[in-house]
Design a protein around this ligand. Structure first.
Ligand code: MG
Length: 203
């Protein structure tokens, strides 16, 4: 399986990063070794001093598809969950300054913590899913899919023009504003519509 991440999919986050609001989806990938599941602890990597959280809604692909039309994209996923796109912001800034790819800042081991999934039918309107990240019980990021620049279906249509989607692939759909550093000892909890979906500690 592969992990596809959408960058700058919320205008307010693009602005806080001083990035342009994109006119088409921006995507990059993480390898399967980036997954961190089952509330396993995350070990703070020694190659960064500025590790940032990015809470993101995750969709799980359930059917092989290429060149998927937007109107049929909803048939390619039926489970939705929550994850974090950990980013070594200091390394990312260096890569950006040199015009280099972001992989070492984004695709390292355990950089994609993942929580539980539920059937999308349980979440109602997919264009109005509220989600939140708390650190040590304090709210840090609050988002809602109504603010997505590119909907789940648009993202699937766009990405599948370039890359075949396969069963089990995950799409991290982008983070809202409020990204910031995590520290050793922090306890992260992610919620969708007030329900706990993701929980782990930074060690
Ligand atoms: Mg992200």
């Amino acid at each position: 399986m592969k992990i596809i991440c959408i960058g700058r999919n919320y205008a307010e986050h693009a602005k806080e990063m001083k990035s342009e609001v994109p006119t088409e989806p921006v995507f990059f990938m993480k390898p399967d070794t980036a997954l961190l599941k089952d509330s396993e602890p995350f070990y703070y990597p020694d190659f960064t001093k500025d590790l940032h959280h990015e809470i993101e809604i995750v969709i799980k692909i359930n059917k092989v598809g290429k060149h998927i039309e937007e109107q049929f994209a909803h048939k390619y996923y039926d489970e939705i969950g929550l994850g974090i796109d950990f980013t070594a912001r200091d390394l990312q800034a260096q890569c950006k300054a040199k015009g280099l790819p972001w992989e070492k800042a984004k695709a390292f081991d355990a950089s994609a913590p993942l929580g539980k999934f539920v059937s999308k039918s349980q979440l109602g309107n997919l264009s109005d899913i509220g989600f939140e990240l708390k650190i040590n019980g304090e709210s840090r990021q609050v988002g809602n899919t109504k603010d997505l620049l590119f909907s789940f279906d648009k993202v699937i249509a766009y990405v599948s023009k370039f890359v075949t989607l396969k069963v089990g692939d995950l799409i991290y759909t982008g983070t809202p504003e409020g990204v910031g550093p995590v520290n050793i000892g922090d306890k992260l909890q992610g919620y969708i519509k007030g329900d706990l979906f993701l929980e782990f500690e930074v060690k």
